[in-house]
Design a binder for this molecule. Structure first.
Ligand SMILES: [Zn+2]
Length: 283
């Protein structure tokens, strides 16, 4: 196209010199496609929810998932929900950027006086605010928030179930991150995936241990989950990271439980088959 419009610059229209005479068909197609499928942005699913920090009194605006807007496209065997166009797990930890207090949203407001003291002593004193409040979080930023959340849970001596729940969600988030990276197979991404896989295993093992303790010492519902759900989860985690006998015992309880729904029992039968296959493999 070069040349046709050269000289326009002399008429003050320099920026028109590069125009194409004919519209490229490819460009037109792309334009059409864009018009047909509007771009879905992560921000469309989020809003700012207000929290008062129970440690320092700071007013926090936490990015929060709008209920009912995101669509679940599948659920992994260990009950991790996978959403279309957004990863809501990134937005579960609420962080006070002033004092470093952090917890999953459902646990954020409730602290005892002695827990506040512990957090002030062990977190706030050393905490350096390097968290920029963003519209959306990258996986990296979200993982940092989970780590802060877990550190707070340890410092405040949280129940085993709360710590296990943080580990579960952090493990799920690393899996989500791996899936994102796997879509673009570069050597760098493959290496990062290996690292993340090891982290996922570590988090989920700890989730399993925490929930195993919690079911001996705490009441249901646990982190919003009923007994059947926790036992199902524990069975799957035990199958992957623990003991196949424990996994088998837990899943059999669900299959014969009058409290379990028929949908849950169907899922439990599938897991039972997976456990039996693994047992055979081992022999
Ligand atoms: Zn605070």
């Amino acid at each position: 196209m070069a040349g046709l419009l050269d000289g326009l610059g002399e008429m003050g229209l320099k920026n028109l010199e590069g125009m194409d005479l004919y519209e490229k068909p490819a460009a037109k197609e792309a334009e059409k496609k864009q018009a047909a499928a509007p771009v879905v942005k992560e921000t469309d699913f989020l809003f700012d929810k207000g929290f008062d920090c129970p440690v320092c009194g700071n007013k926090i605006k936490a990015r929060t998932l709008r209920s009912g807007r995101a669509r679940v496209i599948r659920t992994d065997t260990d009950l991790r929900p996978v959403y279309e166009n957004i990863e809501p797990l990134k937005y579960d930890p609420v962080v006070c950027s002033k004092c470093g207090y952090s917890a999953l949203a459902r646990f954020f407001p409730s602290l005892t006086q002695s827990q506040v003291k512990e957090i002030q002593e062990k977190i706030s004193k050393a905490f350096q605010a390097n968290i920029a409040e963003q519209e959306v979080y990258s996986y990296e930023e979200a993982m940092y928030r989970y780590k802060l959340c877990l550190a707070n849970a340890i410092v405040k001596n949280a129940k085993a179930s709360e710590k296990a729940y943080i580990c579960l969600k952090a493990g799920w988030l690393t899996r989500s991150w791996q899936e994102r990276l796997a879509a673009d197979k570069t050597p760098e991404n493959e290496k990062k995936c290996e690292e993340l896989k090891a982290q996922e295993t570590e988090y989920l093992k700890n989730a399993m241990e925490g929930f195993l303790t919690a079911r001996q010492t705490e009441d249901y519902p646990m982190c919003g989950m009923d007994e059947t759900t926790v036992e199902f989860l524990l069975s799957v985690l035990s199958m992957e990271y623990g003991n196949l006998d424990t996994a088998s015992r837990l899943i059999s309880t669900i299959i014969t439980s009058p409290a379990a729904s028929s949908r849950m029992k169907d899922k439990a039968r599938d897991v039972k088959d997976m456990i039996l296959a693994k047992m055979k493999e081992k022999k």
